[in-house]
Design a binder for this molecule. Structure first.
Ligand code: AQP
Length: 329
């Protein structure tokens, strides 16, 4: 089976965008692919963070992925720092990637803008991400739209590596969903919903209780018109709500427009809130059970690290040999 790989940062509470843009596809991929998923704790160190809470955040993120439907028997789920091949390959790829191409990354520009001190790690984030993907011989990478540029860089670096050292690395393809790939902030529907944006009201979290979800969705910013129509350019807020509803209900947007014809924005928001609450209920139930059983999460992660290491170590052996490093006897 072709291999998929994707990762998520333990940088905060997971939100609806993470689920609709990425994780929901990962759950499906378990049955059609050799599926490998990773909590990328080393990426979380590229911005200021609290060392006292990183381990807990990593375990909670893994628990939430299990609650969302990842099954350690049907996929490989592990923590990035538990598989040292990721950082070793990062160094080697650092010697292939160029300063100029990293400087052009829009996420780096966004996250470094206005900061007094920017870590080399933040600058190098896309190379670590390339190593994550390439050290698993990945064929497909299911991600949200915001990761498109980083994925293009991973492909460029793999192709350059192969050109310089001979065919060694698998060049991955992106898999960006046609709908839900860029869920927007409910309070600012022209900006991506994000863990680190300071917009708690615009960001429905996967573990928000039903009354909080209702409040956030009912206070979503729309426009002064009345028509419920999918038009992201002129009706960003309404279009975002329609996209969310389309994904969680599994109903095409034109069918939603038809069924909501004549309804008001208040009706749309109530319908979206009810649908999101229903969609998240089983995830929240499973998470509550896992929260009381951290050993089950640690066990799944240990199994995943062993499976992931055996693949990544094999890729690293090929890379060391191709790049001319002396083999350790
Ligand atoms: N708003 C979104 N819509 C659709 N997909 C999204 N993803 C993130 N936000 C949206 C996808 O979720 C996966 C995991 O993301 P991540 O945590 O590794 O990094 P991120 O893209 O940086 O996510 P955030 O929430 O915006 O985190 P911060 O604020 O920490 O940077 C990825 O596949 C991503 O595309």
């Amino acid at each position: 089976m072709p291999r998929v790989f994707s990762g998520i940062q333990p940088t905060g509470e997971l939100h609806l965008g993470n689920l609709l843009g990425a994780i929901r596809q990962w759950v499906v991929d378990q049955d059609t692919h050799d599926a490998v998923f990773c909590v990328v704790d080393l990426h979380a160190m590229t911005a200021p963070y609290d060392p006292a809470s990183l381990a807990d955040a990593t375990r909670r993120t893994a628990a939430l992925l299990l609650a969302a439907g990842l099954d350690p028997q049907r996929c490989t789920l592990f923590v990035q720092s538990h598989v040292p091949a990721h950082t070793e390959l990062t160094w080697i790829l650092n010697c292939v990637a160029s300063f100029g191409e990293l400087r052009r990354m829009t996420q780096f520009k966004d996250k470094s803008g206005g900061q007094e001190s920017v870590s080399v790690g933040l600058f190098d984030y896309p190379v670590l991400m390339a190593a994550d993907i390439l050290c698993h011989d990945t064929d497909r990478v299911p991600v949200g739209d915001d990761q498109r540029q980083h994925l293009e860089l991973a492909r460029d670096v793999a192709q350059r590596f192969n050109h310089r050292f001979g065919e060694t690395l698998v060049v991955p393809e992106p898999a960006i969903p046609p709908i839900g790939a860029r869920v927007m902030d409910l309070q600012d529907p022209t900006s991506k919903m994000s863990k680190s944006a300071d917009s708690p009201q615009g960001t429905p979290l996967l573990l928000d209780p039903p009354d909080v979800l209702t409040k956030k969705i009912r206070s979503a910013v729309t426009d002064s018109g009345r028509e419920i129509r999918y038009d992201p350019e002129n009706k960003a807020g309404v279009s975002n709500l329609l996209e969310i509803l389309s994904v969680v209900r599994g109903t095409p947007i034109p069918d939603l427009e038809a069924s909501l014809a004549g309804a008001g924005y208040g009706d749309l928001k109530s319908t979206v809130a009810d649908a999101v609450i229903e969609y998240l209920a089983p995830v929240q139930e499973r998470y509550a059970a896992l929260e009381d059983d951290p050993a089950r999460v640690d066990e799944a992660l240990a199994l995943g690290a062993a499976k992931a290491s055996s693949v990544a170590d094999g890729v690293l052996r090929r890379v060391r040999s191709a790049t001319g490093l002396l083999t350790r006897q």
